[in-house]
Design a protein around this ligand. Structure first.
Ligand SMILES: NC(=O)c1ccc[n+]([C@@H]2O[C@H](COP(=O)([O-])OP(=O)(O)OC[C@H]3O[C@@H](n4cnc5c(N)ncnc54)[C@H](O)[C@@H]3O)[C@@H](O)[C@H]2O)c1
Length: 409
């Protein structure tokens, strides 16, 4: 090989190994795409567009109504029905995935295989085997990946983590966590109306079903995918995942040793499969984590209590103050006088960072350790899916058993 052909080959190799990631322009302006521009996807678009030096150049959604709504937010974006057309482009830096849960792993893997950075909404995947596959693929890639677990970027998280690292609460053997909501009588939590144009002319139904068994078009299943196991993981993947990610990263936990989950469809009797009333137990070494949830009482909002021998860390959000009736949020530390006689009450004061901005900062600096990296997405997905497996099999399930179970529909 002469020098000229060697240089040409080297240039080609370099181009291939870099391709198709775009080299950021001098002004560091990020060019984004989004897969799944529904309710959350449009919130993510607004959050991104509120930050400097970003633009959406592409939107992929199987529903024309949502493509049009996204276009109103980003008039310069090219619209696609099929995400593969978006991923084939070589001029996109990062992709937000906000499709229904059962499609996350498909869109996660395709996005990083196309050389683009990724912001993947929680829960990272629909099952444990998918979480393992995505984690392996991410470890082998150079992409900057943020999972949409935005509470990982909050100041309360930084404070709680620091208090635990300082040993302030002593030995924590139990964490209590809860999440409660209510809705008017006769109006089911999560139930969305079906728009008049939600029909096979406006929805790419086969693209939506992806690898699921063929079935006739069903607008209710398309819009209300959250209610069905085939597409969703119910409230543990919608809400517990945020709190269990918080608990896992504050305490530095790994996969649970075992899980149980009781409950059922007690209040929202509208044909849904996923339970509205839930009590989860997650076993970790020397630690039990409890999470309970209801959709028919909102008084206590959402929160976590870390019960330690030397004190309690309490994080609450959206609970109703008994005196004022107003919604309250706080992070506090309450010492246990018995083991911490001089301990003082503390309140969280750290400032959080914008979760989307954190992804953008990491994309620009090529730092792979985002605030909610794939490892946090993986561990929180594993815990959520272990709980669901225990519920669906009506038994205690261990991590050793759970790691290879792909749930049925
Ligand atoms: N981080 C958070 O706090 C938060 C909050 C709400 C929702 N979420 C997550 O966001 C995700 C989306 O939830 P949502 O309420 O926006 O759902 P949604 O149904 O409103 O939106 C999903 C969108 O994906 C589109 N879609 C379906 N199949 C597609 C495909 N194959 N290719 C491209 N687009 C496709 C749908 O047309 C729809 O526009 C869920 O995983 C949910 O858990 C996260």
């Amino acid at each position: 090989m002469n020098r000229r052909s060697f240089l040409a080959a080297a240039t080609t190799t370099a181009a291939v190994s870099l391709a198709p990631a775009r080299v950021l322009g001098a002004n560091n302006r990020l060019r984004l795409g989004i897969i799944g521009a529904g309710s959350r996807g449009q919130e993510d678009m607004r959050a991104a567009l509120a930050l400097p030096d970003v633009e959406f150049v592409a939107v992929a959604d199987v529903y024309s109504r949502h493509r049009d709504e996204a276009h109103a937010l980003a008039p310069g974006a090219q619209l696609y029905d099929d995400p593969r057309k978006l991923l084939d482009r070589h001029d996109i830096d990062g992709v937000i995935v906000a499709s229904p849960l059962f499609l996350h792993s498909r869109h996660f893997l395709d996005t990083i295989a196309s050389g683009k950075d990724l912001y993947c909404e929680k829960t990272m995947t629909w099952s444990i085997p998918e979480a393992i596959t995505c984690r392996q693929a991410a470890a082998a890639s150079k992409q900057v990946i943020q999972i949409g677990l935005q509470h990982e970027s909050e100041g309360t998280h930084a404070d709680a983590q620091q208090w635990v690292r300082q040993g302030l609460p002593g030995k924590i053997t139990m964490v209590e966590a809860w999440m409660s909501r209510n809705s008017p009588h006769g109006q089911g939590q999560w139930l969305r109306p079906i728009p008049a144009d939600c029909d096979p002319q406006h929805v790419g139904w086969d693209l939506f079903l992806n690898d699921r068994p063929q079935e006739a078009f069903n607008g209710h299943r398309f819009i209300n995918w959250r209610l069905f196991w085939e597409f969703s993981g119910g409230n543990v993947t919608e809400n517990m995942v945020h709190q269990i990610a918080w608990i896992i990263t504050v305490l530095g936990l790994k996969e649970p040793l075992a899980a149980t989950m009781a409950g059922g469809v007690f209040s929202e009797k509208d044909g849904r499969q996923v339970p509205d009333t839930i009590a989860v137990t997650l076993e970790f070494p020397d630690l039990t984590v409890l999470w309970q949830s209801t959709f028919s009482n909102s008084r206590y909002g959402l929160g976590e209590r870390f019960l330690g021998s030397d004190g309690t860390i309490e994080h609450i959000s959206g609970s109703t103050n008994m005196v004022t009736g107003k919604s309250e949020s706080s992070l506090n530390f309450y010492p246990e006088k018995i083991n911490s006689p001089n301990g003082a009450l503390r309140s969280g004061s750290a400032k959080g960072v914008d979760h989307m901005q954190n992804w953008f900062d990491c994309m620009r600096s090529r730092k792979q350790q985002t605030n909610a990296p794939v490892e946090t997405g993986y561990l929180s997905a594993v815990a959520a899916h272990m709980a669901n497996l225990a519920y669906r099999q009506q038994r205690r399930i261990t991590w050793e058993e759970a790691k290879s179970i792909q749930p049925g529909y």
